[in-house]
Design a protein around this ligand. Structure first.
Ligand code: CA
Length: 228
């Protein structure tokens, strides 16, 4: 999962990042409410963990702002206060779940997994032409054939499948799939597009392909030419 963690308590944030990364998740962090509003709009996060008490702008305001601007990722709110009135307030503002501090890490993890299963920002099954991306099971499917994809390939495919026919630039794909902090070689995108082409070829569909648009980026296309 790609997770946005908005938490200003440094020690807690660090330990959550460590635990979530060890569990195989990609985590971006933010420690201020005002910055979190923009950060939550930038990428399609699978889930956000949002602390209530934050500097500058509180978590509830951040959440309302996300929802009013169309960010639909599941949000788990953290708070030190456990009163029913506050829980209701959070849920009404658009939170999907609520956890009272202090909590056990395993409980946080279980809640996040439940939120992801319920689905949020990303659709679990995307189709383009005759090829289906089953993001939940990390599979590409064509007729009765299936091929497994890695987490990174799945993210890259999801970007392409969500914007069929649009040219996505290398820098857009880098930011969305590898994250804004990525500082490796931009041609990693080309390398992964190569992997995707191999997998699409393995499937045998002659209809869907990833076209290189020279000097610009990549586009998911229909047609036999695109599949070559
Ligand atoms: Ca706090």
């Amino acid at each position: 999962m790609r997770i946005l963690l908005v938490e200003d308590e440094e020690r807690l944030a660090r330990s959550l990042v460590r635990g979530l990364q060890e569990d195989g998740h990609q985590v971006d962090t933010c420690d201020r409410g005002d910055l979190a509003i923009d950060q939550g709009m930038q990428l399609p996060y699978d889930v956000a963990i949002l602390d209530w008490m934050l500097p500058e702008v509180d978590g509830l305001t951040v959440l309302r702002s996300w929802r009013s601007r169309g960010a639909h990722m599941p949000v788990l709110m953290l708070t030190a206060r456990g009163e029913t009135a506050e829980k209701v307030q959070a849920l009404r503002a658009g939170a999907d779940d609520y956890l009272v501090k202090p909590f056990a890490f395993d409980e946080l993890l279980a809640r996040l997994e439940a939120l992801q299963r319920r689905g949020g920002a990303g659709q679990a099954v995307l189709q383009f032409g005759d090829v289906v991306l089953d993001a939940r099971r990390r599979l590409l499917r064509w007729r009765d054939r299936e091929v497994a994809v890695t987490a990174r390939e799945d993210q890259l495919l999801r970007e392409l499948f969500e914007h069929p026919g649009d040219v996505l630039t290398r820098s857009e794909l880098l930011a969305r799939v590898w994250g804004p902090a990525f500082d490796g070689e931009p041609n990693v995108v080309d390398v992964y597009v190569g992997y995707l082409r191999k997998k699409l070829a393995e499937l045998g569909s002659t209809q869907v392909g990833v076209r290189t648009v020279r000097g610009v980026g990549f586009r998911l296309e229909l047609g036999e030419e695109a599949a070559k």
